[in-house]
Design a protein around this ligand. Structure first.
Ligand SMILES: Nc1ncnc2c1ncn2[C@@H]1O[C@H](COP(=O)(O)OP(=O)(O)OP(=O)(O)O)[C@@H](O)[C@H]1O
Ligand SMILES: [Mg+2]
Length: 429
């Protein structure tokens, strides 16, 4: 039997399957920087046959897939994609279309620029062959990373005809999800959870399945780059958006992810969020006090929501009095705790990031909280902590990467008001 005999056809032979296989093959080949002729030479197939396979005109045999896997160092992905297709329903209509997105906030304010940035990054005009767009959104606790990403995903889910997968990776404050556990849920959602054991490792099975499909994958609350890496698709057509409190520099450097750091809401949007919650009339009658409350919450949507919630329950309270109480710093964190929901309390939300710090960094964070000014230079921080300058600088960098402090200029940082109160509280505890 010649290498080009395609009599041993796998059941992938629907026209969709052929096109998808060809597209995956081309993408992988381009990633390796090989011409079609070179690939044909190395796999011992003719150029014209290879070209027909890439263009979805000819059926690939398992052997062809295996040889391409070898030359392109794909770890069996192409061959496995044929198996997965053979074991799953061929008709596109028969695929379960996962729609795992949680509901986003009903009242959503601002973020026009960030939503546009997500669109530009995840739906590029010039879809580069072989590139899976990956965007990592990072930012401090409660700044609205999840809300932003979920919002974007709802607005654009129709552009991903094969569905949307969503997972909370539990990086901060949840149950940390190992990649294999997430993959198991994903495979189940995709209707291939019950494949016979030995069909393949979950990661390669997942990647094989994604060949030629268009899914959006939302990975919320990642602990680090490594947790995300195992969940990235290899073939084009899908897009991935990740959120994390950590700056996922490793994902940017090694996996070509684009990073977006989400800042707190600007003053106008912060007041608008308050108005959405407690009514425009109430905010309009005390605009200065409303602005002061927004300021105390440092533009953090989480803190603003808690303040709004509290005010809704105190309809007779003047915003002025509430702002004055908030400004009396001792009680601020208590006031932003919503009774009966410990998970939504600012203090709890912050503690998830704080408890992930190394003890030495936690100490630096506390010391910065006790410092009288919210903004400080590295020199001041060095003096405050009593550490050698290099060590102090490293600690500041790590705190900034965890978004517990915010860089505001060369060698200058700021501790947001709610986080500063929290740091003090930890220092006193
Ligand atoms: N743009 C927004 N408009 C209205 N509400 C928002 C907005 N962004 C966030 N929120 C609300 O603020 C709260 C915190 O937002 P979210 O959970 O998205 O923060 P996060 O950055 O993902 O926090 P964490 O680091 O804890 O995961 C939520 O109640 C969310 O609904
Ligand atoms: Mg979140």
């Amino acid at each position: 039997m010649s290498a080009e005999d395609d009599s041993a056809l796998p059941a992938a032979a629907t026209s969709d399957g052929l096109t998808a296989f060809g597209a995956s093959l081309r993408a992988a080949r381009l990633r390796r920087g090989l011409t079609l002729r070179e690939l044909a030479r190395r796999t011992h197939y003719s150029h014209s046959y290879m070209s027909k396979v890439e263009n979805g005109i000819k059926h690939p045999s398992v052997e062809l897939a295996q040889r391409c896997d070898k030359v392109l160092e794909l770890d069996g992905e192409l061959a496995e994609s044929l198996t997965v297709r053979a074991l799953t329903p061929a008709a596109v209509d028969a695929w379960p279309r996962p729609a795992q997105l949680p509901r986003g906030p009903v009242q959503f304010v601002g973020r026009t620029r960030e939503l546009a940035e997500l669109t530009a990054a995840l739906l590029p005009d010039d879809r580069q062959a072989g590139v899976v767009p990956v965007v990592a959104v990072d930012g401090p606790p409660g700044v609205g990373k999840t809300a932003l990403v979920v919002r974007w995903a709802h607005q654009n889910s129709h552009l991903f005809p094969d569905g949307v997968l969503f997972a909370d990776l539990g990086g901060y404050g949840g149950d940390l999800q190992p990649p294999d556990a997430v993959l198991k849920v994903f495979l189940h959602e995709l209707g291939i959870g019950g494949l016979p054991s030995g069909t393949g490792q979950p990661a390669s099975l997942f990647r094989s399945f994604l060949h030629g499909r268009r899914l959006l994958i939302v990975l919320d609350n990642a602990a680090d780059a490594q947790q995300v890496r195992a969940l990235l698709p290899g073939a084009p057509g899908c897009a991935v958006v990740v959120t994390s409190r950590q700056r996922l520099s490793g994902l940017a450097v090694r996996d070509g992810a684009q990073r977006i750091t989400l800042p707190p809401l600007g003053q106008a949007d912060a007041v608008a969020l308050l108005a959405e919650m407690i009514g425009r009339a109430r905010v309009g009658s005390e605009p200065e006090a409303a602005a002061a409350i927004a300021g105390c919450c440092a533009g953090l949507p989480l803190a603003l929501r808690l303040a709004g919630e509290r005010l809704t329950n105190l309809p007779a309270k003047s915003l002025h009095a509430f702002a004055a109480e908030l400004a009396a710093e001792e009680h601020a964190l208590d006031m932003l705790t919503v009774l009966g929901d410990p998970r939504s309390a600012v203090r709890t939300v912050f503690s998830w990031s704080y408890l992930a710090l190394a003890p030495a960094d936690a100490r630096v964070f506390q010391q910065l909280g006790l410092h009288p000014s919210a903004e400080f230079s590295t020199t001041v921080a060095t003096a405050v902590t009593g550490l050698p300058p290099v060590e102090a600088e490293r600690a500041l960098e790590r705190l900034a990467a965890a978004h517990l402090i915010e860089p505001v200029g060369p060698q200058r940082y700021r501790l947001h008001n709610p986080l500063r109160l929290y740091a003090r509280e930890r220092a006193r505890a």
